[in-house]
Design a binder for this molecule. Structure first.
Ligand code: HEC
Length: 455
């Protein structure tokens, strides 16, 4: 029985948005006749319009009251909208009463006319804000009008961070988010559902339904409410902008990391998706830095640079504010031992070396071994054997080794242990066997051993 009654109340509440237009229509009619057709014959019609305005404003107020009970609206907006709406009914009846009893009270008539116009404009605007969001009216307004009313159409600027050690995930990211999207209904004064999201204690305390965050718990009520279907009556926020994909991701990341209020961004476990999110929303780059990104070397001496180029090396600078260089063999001729022996002079800067199809043999390997800043060594299509690779014992930073098209056999695999930083090795068109390849993949799980898919 009670449920049925509540349903009927909710049903009536839905008529509010239609009914509110009736008093507006009647008042406009009454005011226009009063001002434009200054004729006593119309007094009856004017008085009657004021009465109808009062009647429908009262009915609309009752329905509005039902509607407000049913949904959750921003408290202050609702407060002013509600009482101004009721005042429209009251002013209408006063206006009706004055006009019915005396047609001579000019100043009183004026006061009711002006006050009802003001009340209707403000009430209507607040009502619109509650249903469509507060930027609705000015969204497409000319710039000057937007400026007058202090409307800033530029997309929200999220704070940008550079140092992950100084970003407190709760205080710097989540608290402002709650403030923006939740706290109008969950603050120190107003606690819908018994929940205060404006303070750490409030969040720890939870709401009427119990705790809202438990570290590591994906059933967290806070997370559940923002990820429900938006049509659910339990979806949060009940009005206003929902959380974005990135915002939900950050909330989820923080909760799964233990919902710790003191956690810095660098304390929580990272994955690619949260890295992308933090980069997109806050320009915070938490992707692990490679060795050459972290290490700064001085620029190569310009006379050495031209000397290298004179003896046919191709040299490229890799970064603007870092001295790293890439050295490549000439396109159409082999490298000579004179060329190779010049390289150690630029040992500090050379981090990429490409000797592709350059007639390189095992004999050169001990010189290449002195280039201990190498991170990428491309030796494809030469005559190198596992013996040559054995000479490479000093390349502690090597991450990528390309041996495609060399005389490499299974003896190369034990040597991979000499390269602690190795991530990729390319072995197409070599003599390695399928078994050794598979064993090596087991033995070096961190190394990506690239070979034709099936051997
Ligand atoms: C316009 C008002 C409003 C806004 C904005 C709002 N909420 Fe709520 N919230 C409510 C109302 C009303 C309830 C109680 C009814 C219910 O549980 O659905 C509630 C309840 C909750 C509860 C359940 C508390 C409990 O223990 O029962 C959680 C969790 C919650 N809100 C989270 C949020 C989050 C997170 C945001 C911001 C993304 C948010 N709310 C924004 C009105 C709002």
């Amino acid at each position: 029985m009670l449920v049925l009654l509540l349903d009927i109340i909710s049903f009536l509440g839905r008529f509010h948005p239609i009914l509110v237009h009736l008093p507006i229509g009647f008042i406009v009619l009454a005011l226009l006749i009063e001002w434009r057709l200054n004729d006593k014959r119309y007094n009856g019609a004017i008085t009657y319009s004021w009465f109808l305005s009062g009647l429908f404003a009262a009915i609309a107020s009752v329905c509005g009251w039902f509607l407000a009970n049913d949904g959750a609206y921003d408290n202050w907006t609702l407060f002013f909208h509600r009482w101004l709406g009721i005042s429209i009914a009251i002013i209408s009846f006063i206006g009706w009463w004055i006009r019915r009893n005396s047609s001579e009270q000019k100043s009183l008539k004026k006061i009711t006319s002006i006050s009802i116009i003001i009340a209707i404009i403000i009430t209507g605007h607040l009502g619109g804000n509650m249903t469509h969001g507060s930027g609705y009216l000015l969204e497409y307004a000319p710039k000057t009008i937007q400026n007058i009313f202090g409307y800033d159409p530029s997309p929200i600027q999220y704070p940008t961070f550079t140092n992950p050690d100084s970003v407190n995930v709760y205080a710097d990211i989540l608290a402002p988010l709650f403030e923006d999207k939740c706290n109008s209904c969950h603050n120190d004064k107003v606690q819908n559902g018994g929940l205060n999201l404006a303070s750490i204690e409030g969040i720890q305390e939870g709401g009427d339904g119990g705790p809202v965050v438990k570290g590591g718990d994906y059933t967290s009520e806070l997370l559940r409410r923002v990820t429900l279907p938006t049509t659910s009556s339990k979806f949060m926020p009940t009005t206003g902008m929902p959380l974005t994909y990135h915002e939900i991701k950050i909330l989820e990341w923080w909760i799964s990391g233990g919902a710790k209020f003191e956690a810095q961004a660098s304390d929580l476990e990272l994955n690619e998706s949260i890295q992308a999110t933090l980069l997109a929303r806050h320009r915070l780059d938490l992707t692990p830095k490679s060795w050459i990104e972290k290490t700064i070397v001085p620029n190569i001496d310009s006379s050495l640079l031209s000397a290298l180029r004179t003896i046919n090396w191709r040299v490229n600078l890799l970064a603007q504010n870092n001295g790293w260089i890439e050295v490549l063999a000439p396109r159409d001729s082999s490298v000579t031992s004179d060329m190779i022996t010049k390289l150690p002079e630029a040992r500090e800067q050379i981090t990429w070396l490409e000797l592709k199809n350059a007639g390189v043999t095992d004999d050169f390997m001990h010189i290449i071994n002195s280039l201990d800043h190498l991170t990428r060594l491309q030796l494809q299509y030469n005559n190198i054997t596992a013996d040559g690779i054995e000479a490479l014992t000093g390349l502690r930073h090597l991450e990528s080794l390309n041996l495609i098209g060399n005389n490499i056999d299974d003896d190369v695999f034990p040597l991979l242990a000499n390269f602690p930083g190795l991530k990729n090795i390319y072995l197409w068109q070599t003599d390695v066997s399928k078994e050794a390849l598979e064993n090596a993949r087991q033995e070096y799980p961190d190394v990506n051993i690239v070979h034709a898919a099936s051997l």
